[in-house]
Design a protein. Structure first.
Length: 217
């Protein structure tokens, strides 16, 4: 998958590198900086234009409003997350359980390394109904987790095996909760006596043991 990538070092304070033809990318890069600095609700459309080094009217060539701009940033974030999750899943190698754990760790790593994207994706209050491309990108990222859970679920006893969708939602909730509470690279991060990765792994193992992991079919 080819996904646009920006880093703060590559685009910040360079007048967004704006040249004819890359206005959209310049605005999205500006929005990413502003989200990192102020949160998704902390700036207006004109400020994004100013940060990109363009006129206040220029953003309307590509975006209806500030929300549409943030939605496109969030879409890119989900595409990056999907890419990271697929790499961690690695087609269930070396085994489904280990690969599932690696996928969870990749989720935590994304939240820690890409806090601006993470904020745009989960804290901007964007409507999936109004932003169909964003919804599709989010679904594709979640599909990786569903595939992983289906593979692990197949090795659980039928009598105690949860539906794979429910299992996916449970494990996503664990990963997202731990990332939001303990794994962020910002001042809201809470301290833990163990690493977020260890907490997630132990939580998933306890959950799977309750679902019959290690029991004979």
């Amino acid at each position: 998958m080819s996904v646009m990538r920006w880093t703060r070092h590559s685009h910040k304070k360079k007048q967004r590198g704006y040249h004819h033809g890359n206005l959209k990318e310049a605005l999205m890069a500006a929005a990413l900086d502003l989200i990192a600095e102020k949160g998704p609700a902390g700036f207006n459309f004109a400020e994004a234009a100013r940060q990109a080094g363009v006129s206040a009217a220029a953003p309307y060539r590509h975006f209806r409003d500030r929300e549409a701009l943030i939605a496109d940033v969030a879409r890119v974030g989900f595409e990056l997350l999907e890419e990271n999750l697929r790499k961690a899943w690695n087609e269930a190698q070396p085994d489904p359980l280990t690969a599932l754990m690696n996928t969870g760790k990749a989720y935590l790593a994304f939240a820690r390394k890409e806090p601006a994207y993470y904020s745009a994706m989960f804290e901007a209050g964007l409507s999936n109904v109004e932003h169909a491309e964003l919804a599709r990108a989010g679904d594709k990222a979640f599909d990786v987790l569903k595939i992983a859970c289906e593979a692990v679920s197949a090795n659980l006893p039928e009598a105690t095996r949860p539906p794979s969708l429910m299992m996916s939602l449970h494990i996503w909730s664990m990963a997202h909760g731990i990332a939001s509470l303990f794994g962020r690279a910002d001042p809201s991060r809470r301290k833990l006596p163990v690493s977020p990765e260890d907490l997630l792994e132990s939580s998933v193992l306890l959950y799977l043991q309750g679902a019959g992991l290690g029991q004979n079919n």
